[in-house]
Write a protein that binds this ligand. Sequence first.
Ligand code: ZN
Length: 222
Amino acid sequence: MSELNLILLGPPGAGKGTQAGRLTEDFGLPYIGTGDLLREHVEQETELGREAKQHMESGGLVPDDLVIKMILEKIDEEGDDGFLLDGYPRTVPQADALAEELEKRGRRLNAALLVDAPDDVVMERITGRRQCSNGHVYHVTFDPPKHDGVCDQDGKPLNQRSDDKPEKVAKRLQTYHEKTAPLIDYYDERGLLRRFDGTRDKVEVHDHIRATLATLRLEERL
Ligand SMILES: [Zn+2]
């Protein structure tokens, strides 16, 4: 089997997470989520985790070189058949670092999958989310509960997470456009970008990605 080394890009709320779950199942690709990876290292108190924790406790960001070390360790551990990387790179210098490290290993990225959606769609999707304390999630427009503000399953009140409030979402989108959007051009120039319309139905987006990856895999074999 030829390896597929992939990264996922896209704004929050475009459905990246959902697609990642399905793709890892369909293609047996190890999913490497930067957030999960960081949490794991901190919880298990690895050397990298302890270092990362110091930065987080002093209110700073975890430096790039620490994050890429965690990712490479994971790729070396279980990425022989490929990987699906989510949450990294987020900036052009990070993308350069990843390319360089992969090259040292005689590997390269096969594609950057962009699940895209315009800001107004993202805003409506995220700010409409409501959830109960048991984690049941609804959407005021697309998936409303039977009774306003009350969970169908356990009768608990539904609330909006503070991260889902309009001002927070606007800030996340602004950061995304400033830092991450330049990556789209970066991968486009290198012929690696594959775009998917995140405003479409999840199943439709998934089918489109699957077909694209199947083609990529065929091309890799030739
Ligand atoms: Zn509930």
